[in-house]
Ligand binder design. Structure first.
Ligand code: G3P
Ligand code: CA
Length: 308
């Protein structure tokens, strides 16, 4: 081989390796940089899923803010993690006679209450007197606060339960996003929207019945066959990225590269101070995960996300 040709081939191989390595470490769609997702807002410091928690998340530099979604009796999407109201509000005091008994325990399901009733509840005092009187926000109120300042990554919750009550959460969510002009990818460069769910079926339904074109990520707690190329390829028919519990990637970091080799992004949940296992701090834990190739992290402590 002529000297010039040989040099060219060698250079090409080296460049190819450098470019290949860069592609493997670069955050993947739907992300453009190592991404900070405020889990339920800045929920380590303010009552989860309240406007003060979302506002603090913005002040702490969140790239995305997470609302978990539930549905009121009158069909309004509200931001709340639990299917029921008693953990994070004073519903037990305000509506003592409106509970149901589930497995021997009294619960106050969101879907049993109208938005007007839910708006009378105190969703802040449990976190501290400073937050007394804070209300459960609607998804619309959350969008109004976050729009233009960060992305939004709604999680559809308990879809089967709501379907049994006659509600299609996917449709309600897409309709609301549409009314806000946020239902298409790239609709608002300052407020990208990604949809997350533990229900693969619901994500399939979103793509099918709702013609959802927004990026989708699939949440899971245990690998159950998804930590194989075949498992990931199957998922890729529906979603753009995987979102395993951080324990999954810490136990088997190879899943990160397996997903990225297929062009799938990797999001992990949930990093919070005080629950960091072998890592001394949440910042150290997040630094480790990002160095391992994770694209995005849900955290209760947005202010501890490593500098980018
Ligand atoms: O959505 C990511 C993470 O929030 C999943 O867990 O239970 O906090 O909704 P959870
Ligand atoms: Ca969530």
């Amino acid at each position: 081989m002529a000297m010039g040709l040989r040099l060219g081939v060698c250079l090409g191989l080296v460049l190819g390796q450098v470019v290949g390595a860069a592609e493997k470490t670069r955050p993947l769609f739907p992300y453009t940089k190592p991404t900070l997702i405020a889990h339920r807002g800045a929920s380590a410091y303010a009552p989860e899923h309240t406007l003060p928690a979302y506002q603090l998340a913005l002040e702490q530099g969140a790239d995305f803010v997470e609302p978990d979604l539930q549905i009121t009796r009158d069909g309004v999407l509200v931001c709340l993690h639990d299917l029921t109201l008693e953990r994070t509000t004073d519903v037990e005091e305000k509506f003592p006679n409106r509970s149901r008994e589930v497995k021997g325990k009294k619960v106050w399901p969101v879907v049993d209450f109208t938005l007007k009733e839910i708006k009378t509840l105190d969703a802040g005092s449990w976190k501290g007197p400073k937050y007394a009187g804070t209300r459960v926000p609607t998804f619309q109120e959350m969008i109004d606060l976050v729009r233009g300042k960060a992305g939004i990554i709604p999680e559809t919750k308990s879809l089967e339960t709501y379907a049994a009550q006659g509600f299609d959460m996917g449709k309600l969510m897409m309709d609301l996003l549409k009314r806000n002009g946020l239902d298409q990818p790239g609709a608002d460069s300052k407020t990208p929207v990604i949809v997350q769910s533990f229900s693969l079926e619901s994500l399939k339904k979103l793509k099918g019945e709702q013609s959802c074109k927004l990026p989708l990520v699939f949440l899971f707690g245990r690998p159950e066959g998804l930590d194989t190329t075949a498992g990931l390829k199957k998922l890729q028919e529906t979603v753009d990225g995987i979102a395993p519990n951080k324990a999954v990637v810490l136990a088997n970091p190879k899943i990160i590269q397996m997903a990225k080799d297929l062009g799938m992004s990797v999001t992990v949940w949930t990093c919070k101070e005080g629950q960091t296992g072998k890592f001394p701090t949440v910042r150290e834990e997040m630094r480790h995960l990002l160095e391992a190739g994770v694209d995005a992290i849900f955290t209760d402590n947005p202010d501890q996300f490593p500098k980018r």
